[in-house]
Design a protein around this ligand. Structure first.
Ligand code: PMP
Length: 400
């Protein structure tokens, strides 16, 4: 048995199979590279689903985490340490607004925080979008607009209406004076990198402002530089959300989420309303600070803009018959295929040493680290046609 097979067999025996697909057993990472248990090297264009903002084992993260765990690893929520305070201050500075931050450990929890703040408005109703993904805990799942994920767990908490994504009229029709919050992803990541039409977020802001409804932007996937802006909504004129939820890239590989609230939304949670043991722990926050510092110091917003254009143009100019078009924002890109072969492309790419994923049957998603290099983009572009050929030929042979 190979080392990969051994680790896979142990995984199947010991871990709950909550994703249902065979998972690649990985043992080491450095930058954009990963190695499996058999020693095979991969170019990581999944980035831990946008988690590895700086790639694997970035020295700034290693140093910040090591320094912090060696001095003050955890203080519990009875006390306060400096890293969460500094990180909250830094985040608010990047938002350029007064507000307050609630730190937690994941994207789902960040949205639970928003859900609770919504409840504290005294209104009962919430609006979310079809296809939207906000996490797997029960409150976040109630907001998630993917029926297959919801159905085994009905009834879900809250009175939530789901409306078609990207349609301001449908949104306006659903939002009333009893709507506590509207939650929207600036780009729907899990639904296949779906980009709303221009003006959608601005319309959502106007609709929610008119009814005194909180606008919650779930930037768990789009935030912290992923799209070439600190937060994707900042690329949209006239959009000031009441709450932004963050996770994934914020912790640079450590579990860290944040519910960031502005204005009156920042005042609603009162002592005793909410909490978590590990939220805002110094080690994860030290990693978060290292992520923000490194994005700034290494000019990574610019790198995202440059490499994403190169990647996008490069894919489109391949003119491969399996490629319809590329959509997305910054380094959150979806290759839309002409046939529903994305899961097979994910597999043929992996065989060829490229890691991508397939959030929809016809969409291959790319989320390389924010510091991906031009050379790495070139490697990807050179390999892609062969990967697509193989996926298509496998289909023709019926050899799935
Ligand atoms: N919101 C969005 C937009 C996400 O993409 C995800 C994760 N894919 C979540 C929330 C949930 O985050 P987590 O898995 O950290 O709970």
């Amino acid at each position: 048995m190979t080392a990969n097979e051994q680790l896979t067999q142990r995984w199947q025996g010991a871990l709950m199979d909550n994703y249902g697909t065979p998972r690649l057993p990985l043992v080491r990472g450095a930058g954009t590279k990963l190695w499996d248990a058999d020693g095979k090297e991969y170019l990581d264009f999944v980035g831990g689903i946008a988690v590895n903002a700086l790639g694997h084992a970035h020295p700034a993260i290693v140093e910040a985490v090591s320094r912090q765990i060696a001095s003050l690893g955890h203080v519990s929520n009875l006390f306060v340490a400096e890293p969460p305070v500094t990180l909250a201050e830094r985040l608010l500075q990047l938002f350029g607004r007064d507000g307050r931050v609630y730190f937690c450990n994941s994207g789902a929890e960040a949205n639970e925080g928003a859900f609770k703040i919504g409840r504290l408005t005294g209104r009962g109703h919430m609006v979310a979008t079809d296809g939207g993904f906000h996490g797997r805990t029960m409150g976040a799942l109630a907001l998630t607009g993917q029926p297959g994920k919801r159905e085994p767990f009905l009834p879900l908490p809250g009175d939530v209406t789901h409306v078609p994504y990207g349609d301001p009229q449908a949104l306006a029709a659903a939002v009333t004076e009893d709507t506590a919050l509207v939650v929207i992803e600036p780009v729907q990541g899990e639904n296949g990198v779906v980009v709303p039409p221009p003006g959608y977020l601005k319309a959502a802001r106007a609709i929610t402002a008119a009814t005194g409804t909180l606008l919650v932007l779930d930037e768990v996937q789009t935030g912290v530089g992923r799209t070439g802006h600190w937060f994707e909504y900042q690329a949209h004129e006239g959009v000031l959300p009441d709450i932004v939820t963050l996770a994934k890239g914020l912790g640079g590989g450590l579990p860290l989420g944040a519910t960031v609230a502005f204005g009156r939304a920042a005042q609603l949670l009162k002592p005793g309303h909410h909490g978590t043991t590990f939220g805002g722990n110094p080690v994860a926050c030290a990693a978060g600070l290292a992520v923000l510092d490194t994005i700034e110091a290494e000019g990574l917003l610019e790198n995202v803009k440059r490499t994403s254009e190169k990647l996008r143009d490069g894919i489109e100019t391949l003119g491969h018959p399996l490629i319809d078009h590329v959509r997305g924002a910054g380094l959150l890109l979806g290759i839309v295929l002409t046939e529903p072969l994305a899961p097979r492309v994910q597999q043929t790419a992996q065989d060829a040493g490229l890691l991508v994923n397939a959030p929809a049957p016809d969409v291959v998603r790319l989320m390389p680290p924010l510091n991906v290099s031009d050379d790495e983009v070139d490697v990807f572009l050179r390999a892609l046609p062969g990967v697509l050929d193989q996926a298509r030929d496998a289909d023709v042979d019926g050899a799935s």
